[in-house]
Design a protein around this ligand. Structure first.
Ligand SMILES: [Zn+2]
Length: 573
């Protein structure tokens, strides 16, 4: 007998075997725990990257970087004799493999040592962005080793070396979704999380920020400084970065021991500090609601990211135009900060579940707005998003939120992943109630913190919190395209109640949802009364008693339902 999720896993595996066999290495031994991974790039899950140390030298003379990466690996299975790393466009000069004794990741000296005593050079193969490292023997399950890669080149992508809007030279990592490989030898997949240390040598007129805590800054010579950062929790390569520029830096506050700082271009100092200081309130709210902040610090950094903002772990990179001084970036700041919990700490195990990042960040922005400015503010935002979702659906009628037909990862950044994903959380909140919603969210974070999750993991947490079976809900809103299209007519009944006819007009099978309708008396000074109908069929008639002599009716007055709908009076007046 198979569980529901196993059945799904088998169905999706059949699809992907056809689509994407070309890039799979070691797929024959993929563990069942990872068998549901659907997207095209399959890391070899016999190999677990535990830690990266990236040593990078930057200069003003050219855009060439010199790097040496130590990749600390543990083997989940015996029998591995080569390790695949992703590295595009760089020239590799040397690869060595060191055995376990030198690479115990719990040994700080080993982790930081420049070379290992037993390192042996190996005949690597580097083609088409793939670095194959032969171990020259077969690794045993549980064994650890270190691969050191020495490389250099001008990054074509990933590390963006350019000029900012003030004409100053800057260096910013910008890895999403799989561009870390242009400057960092990695297993560049969202499910392969590891701790990371950066050791950056740069001209000493720059400030350097990077993932992790700053552990040392030291002058190397007259003109250069080494900055060492060390992260202590595993994160995916998409959010491992450095930022090197002339910055003005200010500490905006400390929340629950987490220092929150602003890093802005000196020209934007005043506006930037004011704008980014809002992060303190946002972090306070999310810690209260979700649980502890996952990282040792939060830097809010003005940068040249191609996105409006990029949720790099512990140091968010915002677009350079995010600094206006008007407070217009508040929603952006809330979105990227929400990602620290969802996307960075609890990371989708599979790209097709990206709504667990983007839908969360989108809805948590609305939750922050509700908390800060009231329900009306959130409702306005949700109503606008609903319009966008319906429009997107008209153009993409067959595309559900979890859309395994997407080939280009950039296409995942859609209205479905963001706005509809956010709306699904909103409807989930109505389905289970606000208290159970937060209990489920907290459990989901606690269980998957610093790890990976799929949609089923969220469902489990929400079912545990609410005691409800939510399979139908997750299937309907995430694996099925579209939303109900409803037409409601109502009339006053003889007995003083109201008769309501609800019809679902979409071609497909009925959706199941609670539908709020508020009825109001002619006298506009009396409060409207809201009734909730449990809609499950294509056509249903309800007799309700709103307790007022109804003169007007409004569909979904509190903005809880993703639908297109109309309501009209059908009876005699
Ligand atoms: Zn986002």
């Amino acid at each position: 007998m198979l569980s529901r999720r196993s059945i799904l896993a088998i169905a999706t595996l059949l699809v992907l075997t056809v689509a994407v066999a070309a890039v799979i290495i070691g797929s024959a031994t993929q563990e069942s725990a990872f068998a549901y991974t659907q997207d095209p790039y399959h890391p070899d899950h016999r190999v677990d990257v535990e830690h990266y140390t990236f040593r990078l030298e930057l200069s003003d003379e050219s855009d060439e970087i010199a790097g040496r990466a130590s990749v600390d690996i543990a083997f989940r299975e015996s029998g591995v004799d080569t390790v695949r790393l992703d590295l595009v466009g760089m020239t590799v000069s040397d690869v060595t493999v060191s055995d376990a004794a030198a690479t115990d990741p719990t040994n700080e000296n080993n982790r930081n040592s420049a070379t290992s005593d037993n390192a042996r050079a190996v005949a690597f193969d580097h083609q088409d962005g793939v670095l194959i490292v032969p171990l020259e023997r077969t690794a045993r399950k549980g064994e650890r080793l270190r691969i050191d890669v020495t490389y250099a080149g001008v990054p074509e992508d990933g590390l963006i070396i350019s000029q900012n809007k003030h004409g100053a030279r800057t260096f910013f990592g910008d890895n999403w979704p799989n561009r870390a490989r242009h400057w960092l030898p990695t297993v560049d997949h969202v499910s392969e999380k590891a701790t990371v240390a950066f050791e950056v040598t740069a001209p000493n007129h720059y400030q350097v920020i990077a993932t992790g805590e700053l552990v040392e800054e030291v002058g190397v010579d007259e003109t250069r400084r080494l900055s060492r950062f060390k992260g202590s929790v595993p994160i995916p390569p998409k959010v491992m970065v450095i930022g090197v520029a002339r910055f003005a830096v200010e500490e905006s506050g400390v929340v629950e021991g987490v220092p929150i700082s602003s890093w802005v271009y000196p020209e934007d100092r005043e506006n930037g500090f004011r704008e980014y200081a809002r992060a303190v309130q946002v972090v306070e709210y999310f810690i209260d609601q979700i649980g502890p902040f996952p990282y040792a610090k939060l830097g809010n950094v003005q940068s040249t990211t191609r996105y409006g903002g990029m949720e790099n772990a512990g140091n968010i990179f915002y677009s350079e135009n995010s600094v206006s001084g008007t407070g217009a970036s508040e929603g952006l700041i809330a979105h990227e900060i929400a990602h620290q919990w969802f996307g960075d700490s609890v990371t989708e195990a599979d790209w097709y579940h990206i709504w667990l990042s983007e839908g969360f960040a989108t809805y948590f922005t609305q939750l922050y707005m509700e908390h800060t400015y009231g329900r009306e503010r959130m409702n306005t935002g949700l109503a606008a998003q609903r319009t966008a979702i319906i429009r997107y659906h008209q153009r993409n009628p067959d595309s559900p939120v979890i859309d395994t037909t997407i080939v280009d990862l950039n296409d995942l950044l859609s209205t479905n992943s963001y706005q509809k994903g956010g709306w699904v959380l909103h409807m989930l909140r109505q389905q289970v109630g606000t208290a159970d919603f937060w209990e489920g969210i907290r459990a989901y974070y606690e269980r998957h913190r610093d790890g990976n999750a799929l949609t089923g993991d969220l469902q489990d947490a929400m079912e545990d919190a609410s005691g409800q079976d939510l399979g139908w809900f997750f299937d309907q809103w995430l694996r099925r395209a579209g939303q109900p299209q409803i037409d409601v007519t109502w009339s006053n009944a003889e007995d003083g109640g109201v008769s309501v006819l609800v019809r679902q007009l979409q071609d497909s099978e009925p959706f199941r949802f609670p539908l709020d309708i508020s009825f109001a008396h002619e006298d506009s000074t009396s409060e409207p009364v809201t009734v909730t109908l449990d809609v499950t069929q294509k056509q249903q008639t309800f007799q309700v008693d709103p307790g007022v002599q109804a003169a007007t009716a409004e569909l979904d007055p509190n903005v809880w339902l993703l639908m297109e709908g109309d309501i009209s009076y059908s009876g005699r007046r």
